[in-house]
Write a protein of this length. Structure first.
Length: 456
């Protein structure tokens, strides 16, 4: 029987039970508190001194470029022009298509995957520092939540989702982080760059005119069903079509082959980002500036030359089916997207080191601090504008107007909303949801709300 201090008065059974419960609760709190403190540190926003503002700026520009390149998929079927025809024939629209394909195509989703690789190493290192025994488990949960969001996005709202691709590649990066040396990663990057040539040669060997004709027929059937579901159907009709389209992208060898090429392209820049993050180069920009300047102009030269080559090739070779010239076009396309992407990143990095430009970029950085929210917001805005259940502009907006509309949505809607939101909160709304689902609990209000207006 327990007794109170002094031992002169014996407690009742109820008092003993209460004392035991308080002691047990105290012991449980003492056991849990270190992990709870770790979660609070992991959940909380990065301090101003820890946050790399340049990454937020680059991420903001990546969101703009992704919106520009996703516009054709919001306004028309992904399967248009499968027979080599031109949907848009006016000189203005044809010129806008050329500009979009040469300067934007593939450059900004590559930029985003580069940032994903950099962010991966920074976030995982932070987790390992604060919770070494739980870091891998927490990051796997983080990626699985992203995968679930991406699959839901693709199968219900818009088939062109890239989040599930990043999540799956991120899971592969977890293995690399543990076992791969820098030399192995460089070798993997080289293999990724060789893939277009190897894949193109394989297509020349295995694809026949009959297979090409069948794939074109399937594409035209999907174009027709897309036009019905997205152009004049209900939200439910569109969701069913998205699910059917998403499954088709993975359930047959030809679509899976095409998707593999996209995964390889994303993996290339993600691995480069992984190396940048591993060597902490983003925090060493001033000392690396001579290399940055040199690489910037080499990247521009390679990017422009390769863009001109692939642009000419794919204007000449519009008929469906593989050809040796298209293999060369695929190789130069991959090199152009890598070269121009690096030129854009390095140019932004150089400008962001200057106080005047850093201040000009502050609103764009705000959009970059809420990338998940802004990426999914683009789907919400654009499907509302173009789909039949919304304003119904499906198939009516050409490339030139798409380009203008993308800039308008980003600078007139997304940037102002991001700035306004982050004046009050530390996280974008969907970034907050992502953290809650990752850590399995709500964040304290003091971590969510801004104490004062943040410096951008």
């Amino acid at each position: 029987m327990l007794s109170p201090p002094g031992g002169s008065v014996r407690w009742t059974s109820k008092q003993c039970a209460y004392a035991l419960s308080v002691t047990a609760a105290s012991e449980r709190r003492s056991i849990r508190s270190p992990m709870r403190d770790v979660h609070l540190h992991l959940d909380g926003p990065l301090a101003t001194t820890e946050r790399i503002a340049t990454l937020d700026i680059v991420r903001g520009f990546a969101l703009l470029g992704i919106l520009i390149m996703n516009m054709p998929g919001f306004t028309n079927s992904f399967f248009i022009e499968a027979d080599g025809s031109h949907l848009w024939t006016s000189p203005v629209d044809r010129a806008a298509e050329v500009v979009r394909d040469m300067l934007f195509s593939g450059k900004f989703n590559s930029m985003f995957s580069l940032l994903f690789g950099i962010g991966f190493t920074i976030q995982f290192a932070r987790m390992q520092q604060l919770a070494p025994e739980h870091a891998t488990q927490l990051y796997v949960r983080r990626l699985l939540v992203l995968l679930a969001i991406g699959v839901l996005h693709a199968m219900v709202f818009w088939t062109g989702d890239v989040l599930h691709v990043y999540a799956l590649l991120g899971l592969a990066l977890l293995v690399l982080l543990r076992f791969a040396s820098n030399r192995v990663i460089v070798g993997l990057i080289a293999l990724c760059l060789l893939y277009p040539a190897l894949s193109g040669l394989a297509r020349l060997l295995v694809m026949t005119p009959e297979i090409t004709a069948r794939l074109v027929a399937e594409a035209k059937a999907f174009e027709a069903s897309n036009n019905l579901a997205y152009g004049s159907g209900s939200f439910i009709d569109a969701a069913r079509e998205h699910a059917r389209e998403f499954i088709y992208n993975y359930d047959n060898v030809w679509s899976a082959w095409s998707n593999l090429g996209f995964y390889v392209q994303m993996a290339t820049t993600m691995l480069i980002g992984f190396l940048i993050g591993r060597h902490n180069w983003m925090r060493r920009i001033p000392e690396l500036m001579p290399w940055v300047r040199r690489l910037q102009w080499w990247a521009l030269g390679i990017g422009i030359v390769c863009s001109l080559i692939f642009g000419i090739i794919f204007q000449i070779e519009r008929a469906p089916g593989p050809t040796p010239l298209k293999v060369l076009g695929s190789i130069t396309y991959v090199l152009s997207r890598l070269g121009l992407m690096m030129f854009y990143v390095l140019t932004i990095v150089r400008l962001a080191q200057q106080p005047a430009w850093h201040k000009r970029f502050a609103p764009i950085a705000a959009a970059g601090r809420a990338p998940l929210t802004n990426y999914l917001m683009q789907t919400a805005i654009c499907t509302t504008i173009f789909y039949g259940w919304g304003f119904g502009w499906w198939g009516q907006v050409g490339p030139a107007a798409q380009l203008a509309l993308a800039f308008a949505i980003f600078f007139m809607v997304q940037v102002p909303l991001s700035v306004a939101w982050l004046r009050r909160f530390n996280y974008g709304p969907l970034e907050y949801v992502w953290r809650v689902l990752t850590y399995g609990r709500r964040l304290p209000k003091r971590l969510v709300r801004q104490a004062s207006t943040p410096a951008m």
